[in-house]
Design a protein around this ligand. Structure first.
Ligand SMILES: [Mn+2]
Length: 326
């Protein structure tokens, strides 16, 4: 039995939790984000989920490095860096999340950089379609929109492109370069909503506008407050939809989460981040969560930076999985 009084209407059992631990950093250039899941686990996150919240854990207790999938050479393709590696690893992650999600379990993925969501969303979307005949909605909490098409990206880092591949705005025929993403794995643009945006590339702004993709920036949070924004975000995707929450820790202000690859000032407070997770839990519709971009090698110069980021990350996961203040 979990401690949460909320009944989840899309999971087969309330207490089974499938964990996928992804030690992968190839979607961007800074080393260290592959150590994210291990430090989260070492800090006691999984124990908190089992002992305090009452979950029965399945899946990974050790972190995957996917070393066996990494190619000898990996030349840029359509401007993407490490394309073969990211494609192969995310393809494997899609299988891992699919295996957990098709059992009707809540699926938790610990990253890793945000490119891994190509796999997590694809696997959960496929499982949910098969199991329930439904599309999965995605709430993408992030400072960035991560919706660059390869040709629009300045950096070539694939962690800025996952949403473009998932929605089909970026496509590719070659299997080994994300051609493995089939229709049943895709995300409907109308079932996508962003919260926390504040550093969006010009080409991305055009995409969001032209495709009518729902996005709540920090401006909207300042104007309406986080409570109203979450209400509007949930109303947009509808009350009868399985939800995948993909939480980039850089959505939080660097004051709370400095140990991340692309920090942007003016972000969510820790409470606002927790509130999003608490609210999504309360819908009873959450079927999967990602926590990504915790990089314990960054902000080490700040005395408590790394510890604060890990604590914040653990708190977000616990809130999404049913921890409540009262
Ligand atoms: Mn991101």
């Amino acid at each position: 039995m979990t401690t949460s009084p909320i009944h989840n209407r899309f999971l087969k059992s309330q207490e089974d939790l499938g964990v996928v631990a992804v030690g992968f950093s190839g979607g961007q250039g800074k080393s260290g984000v592959d150590e994210g899941p291990q430090v989260l686990i070492d800090s006691g996150l999984l124990t908190q989920l089992s002992d305090s919240l009452g979950y029965k854990l399945h899946g990974d207790d050790k972190v995957h490095s996917y070393a066996e999938l990494l190619p000898q050479s990996d030349e840029p393709y359509r401007g993407m860096k490490n394309p073969l590696a990211v494609s192969a690893v995310t393809r494997r992650i899609a299988e891992q999340t699919y295996e957990q999600s098709r059992e009707g379990r809540m699926t938790l993925t610990l990253g890793g950089d945000h490119s891994i969501a190509i796999g997590t969303v694809a696997g959960v979307a496929k499982a949910t379609r098969e199991r329930l005949g439904r599309e999965t909605a995605v709430i993408w909490v992030d400072a960035h929109a991560d919706i660059n098409r390869p040709e629009d990206s300045d950096s070539g880092n694939i962690h800025g492109m996952p949403v473009a591949f998932l929605t089909g705005l970026a496509t590719e025929d070659k299997e080994e370069y994300f051609g493995w993403i089939k229709d049943e794995m895709r995300l409907n643009k109308r079932k996508l909503v962003y919260i926390g945006l504040r550093d969006v590339d010009q080409a991305e702004k055009v995409i969001l506008r032209e495709h009518g993709i729902k996005a709540f920036s920090m401006f909207d949070i300042d104007r309406h407050g986080i409570g109203r924004v979450v209400e509007m975000a949930l109303a947009h995707i509808g009350s009868d939809t399985p939800i995948h929450l993909s939480f980039d820790v850089d959505a939080l202000d660097p004051q709370w989460a400095p140990s991340t690859g692309t920090p942007v000032r003016g972000g969510l407070t820790l409470r606002e981040g927790d509130f999003i997770c608490e609210s999504v839990h309360q819908t009873g519709n959450l079927v999967a969560m990602d926590l990504v971009e915790v990089n314990p090698q960054l902000a080490q110069d700040q005395l408590v930076g790394v510890q604060e980021t890990i604590r914040a990350g653990c708190s977000l996961v616990r809130c999404a999985l049913g921890e409540s203040l009262l």
